[in-house]
Design a protein around this ligand. Structure first.
Ligand code: ADP
Length: 276
């Protein structure tokens, strides 16, 4: 501390120990009736790369392994999780808090679409309101004995990812990418944001990597060569899995049957998460 310290850090450039202590803490407390062991964020540099699919399939894969999993759908303006699981029932609350909706196989889900009267109603809210709803999904929802909570974050590095990283105790994040992101710049931005916020990056998952032709069994790189290994090397990260383009995936999502889809591409990721 400087000899002239007036306890006002905003007018002083000295990086002393007292300044560290005075840094603002934005951490939000989980609902007192909630119990969550591990929180995994799923992010992507841009939309449409399959981030929600990876969040859903990870919850499904770990649920099949015997864990109680849940998804917090933080993609408030583009929520696609309830549809992928075919949820028709709305979420409701009681005097204690808001209860997630449970899927057929026992995965707990909270999404803004479970609260809107019609799931086609648009969410036309400004950034701070959107971010505060995400916080409420953490503080006011009763997450009952959840072993792995997956947060499906909106694409990019905007308000909501920032709020989640600042206010929720995220144990690690998975970055979803696809080969058509030729310019690795967009992925790198997401990776750098996590690094700057001190959130551990578990690794990268490449979606839509290839298409396996059912006629000749050959793999075709529809979106061209992948750059994921280069990006991983640049940031000293692991490539955890590669998921092919499979029309059955989009059919399963459209029909609301993602939890019955057979596909073991994310099992290696689940094994990493078990030990995370
Ligand atoms: P994001 O969350 O990144 O915006 P989604 O997970 O919602 O992307 O996926 C966008 C669309 O692409 C969805 O309709 C989904 O069913 C489809 N899709 C995602 N991954 C695949 C894949 N590997 N094969 C076929 N369709 C896919």
């Amino acid at each position: 501390m400087s000899d002239h310290c007036d306890q006002n850090c905003s007018s002083c450039s000295e990086n002393c120990a007292d300044r560290q202590e005075q840094q603002e803490d934005f951490t939000e407390q989980l609902h007192e009736m909630s119990n969550v062991d591990r929180v995994i964020g799923i992010i992507s540099g841009k939309g449409g790369v399959g981030k929600s699919l990876v969040a859903s399939m990870l919850a499904v894969t770990m649920n099949r392994m015997g864990y109680h999993t849940a998804i917090l759908d933080a993609d408030i303006t583009g929520p696609s999780i309830p549809k992928a699981f075919g949820l028709k029932r709305k979420a409701f609350g009681d005097e204690y808090g808001l209860l997630p909706v449970r899927t057929k196989t026992g995965i707990d889900i909270m999404s803004v679409n479970l609260l809107l009267e019609n799931d086609t109603d648009p969410v036309i809210w400004r950034g701070p309101i959107v971010a505060s709803v995400v916080k409420q999904f953490w503080t006011e929802v009763i997450w009952n004995n959840v072993e792995f909570l997956f947060i499906d974050l909106p694409p990019g590095t905007g308000d909501v990812p920032l709020t989640v990283f600042q206010s929720i105790a995220v144990d690690g994040i998975i970055v979803v990418t696809s080969p058509q992101e030729l310019v690795s710049m967009i992925v790198t931005k997401a990776v750098k944001m996590a690094e700057m916020m001190d959130i551990p990056i578990i690794g990268l998952v490449e979606n839509m990597s290839y298409f396996k032709c059912p006629d000749n069994g050959k793999d075709y790189k529809i979106f061209g060569d992948s750059h994921i290994e280069d990006i991983a090397d640049q940031h000293n990260l692991k490539v955890l899995a590669k998921i092919p383009i499979d029309p059955n995936i989009s059919i399963a999502c459209d029909k609301g049957e993602i939890e019955f889809f057979e596909g073991d591409w994310l099992e290696p990721v689940a094994q990493v998460l078990e030990k995370w």
